[in-house]
Design a protein around this ligand. Structure first.
Ligand code: DGL
Length: 273
């Protein structure tokens, strides 16, 4: 039995979709969630900058004594997963591979759409992962720079979000994809909007549940799970506004968040040094 917490991080609220699935699958574990609100969004940033941020955060979480780190951010996974796995002594789980696998299993016409941040699209990682499983599958990527700021904004379920989703979905509908990878952990927060725009004929692939399954398997195989029958707790950290995080976190996670601690960027930078 290993009582150390699991570290989960994202640029903001998106990783809460992964945390939620981990809470469903592994309720006995304790979690430390870090949202990098001060530097959100990651999507428009160059990959090497995102790689630096991810190294800082993962290093910081490791210094808090976590037993495993979940990079609950597609942009950070796309930019930094191998680097994080080399740097850290604890296992690091990302969110891309489980989705690529699920998409290849789901598609019937082998045309797979991808909605993701600019950074994730630029990395080309999804196409590599899909082609490693099915070299004949086609991946049609669409970068969605407006979505994360809208989801983290004042009116995530408003007309502007619906309009942006329609705009980003249009090229995928034209390309006749039957499966769409939602390649950003923020997107499940607007899942009903996406489902209405794509309709029933298109399978939407989310990473959160698959990622939670991978975490559970890793804990089991390494023998580092916490004792069953207990209810774990969550500690929330942000580099941004703590009151805002608490409010939005409650709304998206539908979980009472008693307190949110602020982490200074200098503390993160020191952790990567
Ligand atoms: N939720 C993130 C992702 O999965 C970050 C998006 C952003 O900060 O732009 O890519």
């Amino acid at each position: 039995m290993d009582t150390r917490p699991i570290g989960v991080f994202d640029s903001g609220m998106g990783g809460l979709t992964v945390l939620h699935e981990c809470l469903v699958t592994l309720p006995q574990e304790d979690y430390v969630y870090l949202g990098d609100g001060a530097r959100l969004p990651y999507g428009p940033r160059p990959l090497d900058e995102i790689r630096r941020f991810a190294a800082e955060i993962a290093g910081y979480l490791e210094s808090l004594g976590v037993k495993l780190v979940v990079a609950a951010c597609n942009s950070a996974t796309a930019a930094a997963l191998p680097d994080l796995q080399r740097r850290l002594s604890v296992p690091v789980v990302g969110v891309l591979a489980p989705e690529a696998h699920a998409a290849v299993l789901a598609t019937r016409n082998r045309r797979i759409g991808l909605l993701a941040t600019e950074a994730t699209v630029a990395s080309g990682r999804y196409a590599e992962l899909v082609h490693a499983l099915d070299a004949g599958a086609e991946v049609v990527p669409v970068a969605c720079p407006r979505l994360v700021p809208l989801i983290e904004g004042d009116d995530p379920f408003g007309e502007e979000t619906a309009e942006a989703v329609r705009e980003y979905a249009a090229p995928l509908r034209e390309a006749g994809v039957d499966t769409v990878i939602l390649g950003c952990t923020h997107y499940p927060l607007i899942r009903p909007v996406l489902q209405r725009v794509f309709g029933r004929g298109v399978t939407l692939v989310f990473s959160a549940e698959e990622t939670a399954r991978e975490v559970a398997e890793l804990l089991e195989r390494r023998g580092i799970g916490n004792g069953e029958g207990r209810e774990g707790g969550c500690r929330f950290l942000t580099t941004g506004d703590t009151a805002l995080f608490r409010e939005m976190g409650r709304r998206f996670l539908q979980l009472p968040i008693a307190s949110v601690e602020r982490v200074e960027l200098a503390a993160l930078e020191a952790a990567a040094a």
